[in-house]
Design a protein around this ligand. Structure first.
Ligand SMILES: Cc1cc2nc3c(=O)[nH]c(=O)nc-3n(C[C@H](O)[C@H](O)[C@H](O)COP(=O)(O)O)c2cc1C
Length: 447
């Protein structure tokens, strides 16, 4: 075991891969999009290479561009439960929405996943970026950005206390004495707030990790403040080292305001690598993917990111910067800023912009030989920009195989990534402490 600071590496799984045309690429597993054995194999492979976790994104609505891409997926907790059964060490991170879930339901689901997996669950806390979800939940419209985060803060408070509602020693389960639970250690939470009224306690004992790992993925001002206060791992998208450094420094500084130790927050940007034995080969591979892009799909993606419909515009004409309303970033504020930064920095044509974003929806796409990928990972890791990465293969499974076979050994040789697991839970892998129940040592309990 190395005494050097170690990278955290997650495999972020999109069914066919992260490039928007991945499912059309000859090597992708497009026909296995609903085949659980495919995902079990991927997770086992990530575990064999000692990855920290696998991660599934999610939203409770059908994407409106499903005509052109594999934009649907299994429900993440169900999905990860089936994966938990065939793995033993790898962390399992599922996305679930604070805007479109109830805290009691969510607390049960994640407590169950943590029990089923022996302490490997993580919750990617999102306020949901897809506005069309509102119509599936009887709401006239997607709540505004600030309101979603306000609800999210109350939501976190409720689920935290539900997970804590059983103290660690509350489960006795002793047939000889006939005592199943020490009810002096099982607490109601009696929450009455603006958004929720929840009595508690939870109907299952405390999760093995105490609480699942809190992951957060919003990078707007509200999102950052939320992350600094609650998140233990942060997923984020950056195009440049400078932007990632700014984010990293600001988040760790903000965390101190909440009396939190900066090393209890792992900042994990996305990286989508096209790997070739030479730069020319990697570039060719990326070109092959870009040739499969369908502009109709790309323009819908762009509209979702920046609220601008460019259908009918000349793809090879300049991007019409003057049409952007910088005040209108209601959906995904951070992704909006990222796209505008690319436009201002590179002055691309519309086609060049959509190709930039096709790789991984605004995440960092890098093409090159394995050493170049490893050098860049090391530069971000040692340059105050990242504690690790969400690895986002352009296509699956081949794009992941290349990464673990060619890049991971270099990282290991440089003693930047573990040779083996040293613990069993996701908290162990990330080096996070296990929180005590907030009810520990209190005497108030259920009657
Ligand atoms: C790696 C990564 C994964 C994300 N996954 C999801 C997701 O699964 N569902 C979702 O609604 N938003 C997802 N997001 C978006 C954010 O969680 C957040 O909802 C969105 O960015 C709006 O917040 P913001 O304006 O603070 O950025 C993801 C973001 C990143 C960086």
């Amino acid at each position: 075991m190395s005494d050097r600071r170690q990278l955290a590496l997650n495999l972020f799984i999109y069914p066919g891969g992260h490039h928007e045309a991945a499912w059309r690429y000859k090597g992708s597993a497009a026909d296995r999009v609903l085949d659980i054995s495919y995902y079990q194999e991927l997770a086992k492979r990530a575990e064999a290479h000692k990855f920290d976790a696998i991660f599934f994104a999610d939203g409770p609505a059908l994407a409106d561009n499903v005509r052109y891409a594999q934009r649907f997926r299994l429900e993440p907790i169900t999905w990860l439960s089936a994966i938990a059964a065939v793995t033993s060490r790898i962390g399992l991170i599922a996305t679930a929405s604070t805007t479109y879930m109830e805290p009691y339901n969510l607390a049960r689901l994640f407590a169950s996943l943590d029990h089923i997996s022996g302490g490997r669950a993580g919750w990617n806390i999102v306020t949901t970026s897809a506005p069309q979800a509102a119509q599936n939940f009887g709401l006239p419209e997607h709540p505004p950005h600030g309101e979603r985060y306000e609800r999210a803060r109350e939501f976190i408070d409720v689920v935290t206390r539900l997970w804590d509602s059983w103290e660690d020693e509350a489960l006795v389960n002793d047939p000889a004495s006939g005592i199943f639970a020490d009810t002096g250690k099982v607490h109601t939470i009696d929450h009455i707030g603006k958004h929720f009224r929840v009595r508690g306690p939870l109907n299952i004992s405390r999760p093995p990790q105490g609480r699942p790992v809190y992951v957060q993925a919003g990078s707007s001002d509200d999102g950052r403040a939320f992350a600094a206060r609650f998140a233990e791992a942060i997923f984020t998208a950056h195009q440049t080292l400078a932007s990632a450094q700014e984010f990293y420094t600001a988040i760790k500084r903000q965390a101190r305001v909440f009396d939190r130790s900066p090393d209890q927050i792992k900042v994990l940007p996305g990286i989508s690598p096209f790997i070739g034995s030479t730069q020319a080969e990697a570039d060719r591979l990326q070109d092959e993917f870009n040739a499969l892009i369908q502009p109709e799909y790309s323009l819908t993606q762009l509209r979702q990111m920046i609220g601008l419909d460019l259908s009918g515009f000349d793809l090879d004409g300049p991007f019409p910067r003057h049409l952007i309303d910088t005040q209108s970033a209601q959906g995904v504020a951070s992704r909006f800023k990222l796209v505008i930064d690319i436009v201002d920095r590179e002055r691309p044509t519309i086609r060049q912009l959509v190709q930039r974003l096709a790789g991984a929806r605004g995440h960092w796409v890098i093409a090159g030989p394995p050493e170049k990928i490893a050098d860049n990972i090391q530069a971000w890791f040692e340059g105050g920009a990242a504690d690790g990465f969400n690895v986002m293969p352009p296509w699956l499974p081949g794009g992941f195989d290349l990464f673990v076979e060619q890049v991971v050994p270099i990282l290991r040789k440089r003693r930047l990534f573990r040779d083996d697991y040293t613990g069993t839970t996701l908290r162990d892998h990330y080096g996070l402490t296990r929180p005590e129940s907030i009810f520990a040592d209190t005497i108030q309990a259920i009657a």
